[in-house]
Design a binder for this molecule. Structure first.
Ligand SMILES: Cc1cc2nc3c(=O)[nH]c(=O)nc-3n(C[C@H](O)[C@H](O)[C@H](O)COP(=O)(O)O)c2cc1C
Length: 325
């Protein structure tokens, strides 16, 4: 399948694996890229720029296909060493960066000068237009369904994607709620040039996370996610567990006076405990509503091949058959 996104990134299938904290290690990124998609290493999961440089090297040993690095700009007072991370990306010869969390304008000239293409993740049409105006090469449009941070507008992809298509000139992928060939064909029909998946890629053999997490995704239904941290305007969609319930109880009791410090136990430093140790109630962790569509743990290649075969059948059999009637 050829779209503006496959052309832009030099990949075979219009499928991107979004950056995921403590999930997007070299093993997963390389598996996605080897299967013809675009794998992405999560920059900030690496504690230092030197660690990121090493992770990029490891990924390159596992694939000769293009892969990217996610740079998430966090709403924190003490910023990570972003110049160091950008240098590790450029020096490591990575040609694709997925930015998220905040306006990446400051970093664009340096990245573009080094021949790096930037895809910025946005949860609204206005932010997507801003990304286009400052010179981003593409946008990942993240609907309300998504795992992680859906923003504060709550617009699902059935509205957000066609709205983005009406306004944007640069190519965009659909993100949030994408799982299979149906998602891909729907995304293309709504004007996107491909799709970005997070949660679905966690439930694959190569995702270097504890099996408890994968089994929790298989067991979960579309009713099992919750939105947390809305009072802090830092909304996150997470899987419901004991920590989610405890956090939501604090939100209810503290109301408008809620501060980040009140929920630190549920959110700070919990990812290694969950993703590495499989301690499923150790804290809140990002998960999309798409969990309701996840029923197995295939290899990344099986998943991507299945998506492409299903998309092909929908286009050439189901839709062509309907159109011919
Ligand atoms: C466990 C997990 C961790 C994530 N961590 C990040 C992150 O560090 N930076 C980022 O930009 N997006 C992060 N995301 C969001 C994904 O890149 C992607 O946009 C999102 O998962 C798409 O929605 P989906 O889960 O419905 O596919 C994370 C998502 C999950 C599920």
């Amino acid at each position: 399948m050829k779209t503006r996104i496959t052309e832009l990134f030099g990949i075979e299938h219009p499928i991107i694996q979004g950056g995921m904290h403590y999930v997007g290690f070299a093993e997963l990124a390389a598996a996605v890229s080897n299967a013809g998609g675009l794998g992405i290493i999560t920059g900030l999961t690496q504690k230092t720029p030197a660690d990121l440089a090493n992770e990029i090297r490891r990924c390159r040993e596992m694939t000769d296909k293009p892969f990217g690095v996610n740079l998430t700009f966090l709403p924190v007072l003490k910023a990570p060493d972003y110049p160091g991370y950008v240098k590790a990306i450029v020096d490591g010869g990575v040609k694709i960066v997925e930015t998220a969390g905040n306006n990446p304008q400051k970093w664009l000239p340096g990245l573009h000068e080094a021949g790096v293409k930037v895809i910025h993740k946005c949860t609204s049409v206005r932010h997507s237009l801003k990304a286009e105006a400052i010179g981003c090469d593409a946008v990942s449009v993240d609907g309300f369904e998504c795992g992680g941070h859906p923003g504060e507008d709550d617009i699902p992809n059935f509205i957000l994607l066609p709205r983005a298509a009406e306004e944007l000139k640069i190519p965009f992928v659909a993100s949030g709620g994408m799982a299979d060939g149906r998602s891909l064909v729907a995304a293309l029909a709504l004007g996107a040039e491909g799709m970005n998946m997070g949660t679905r890629f966690m439930a694959t053999k190569e995702a270097p996370i504890h099996d408890n997490v994968k089994q929790a995704l298989v067991a979960a239904s579309e009713l099992d996610t919750r939105l947390v941290m809305r009072p802090l305007r830092n909304t996150e969609r997470v899987l419901r567990n004991a920590a989610t319930d405890a956090l939501l109880e604090k939100e209810r009791t503290l109301g408008a006076s809620l501060k980040f410090e009140d929920i630190i136990e549920q959110v700070a430093g919990v990812y290694p405990k969950i993703m590495k140790d499989g301690a499923m109630d150790a804290g809140v962790w990002s998960c999309g509503m798409v969990a309701g569509l996840i029923r197995d743990v295939p290899t990344v290649k099986e998943l991507i091949d299945r998506i492409m075969a299903e998309a092909d059948a929908i286009i050439h059999q189901r839709l062509a058959g309907i159109a011919a009637r």
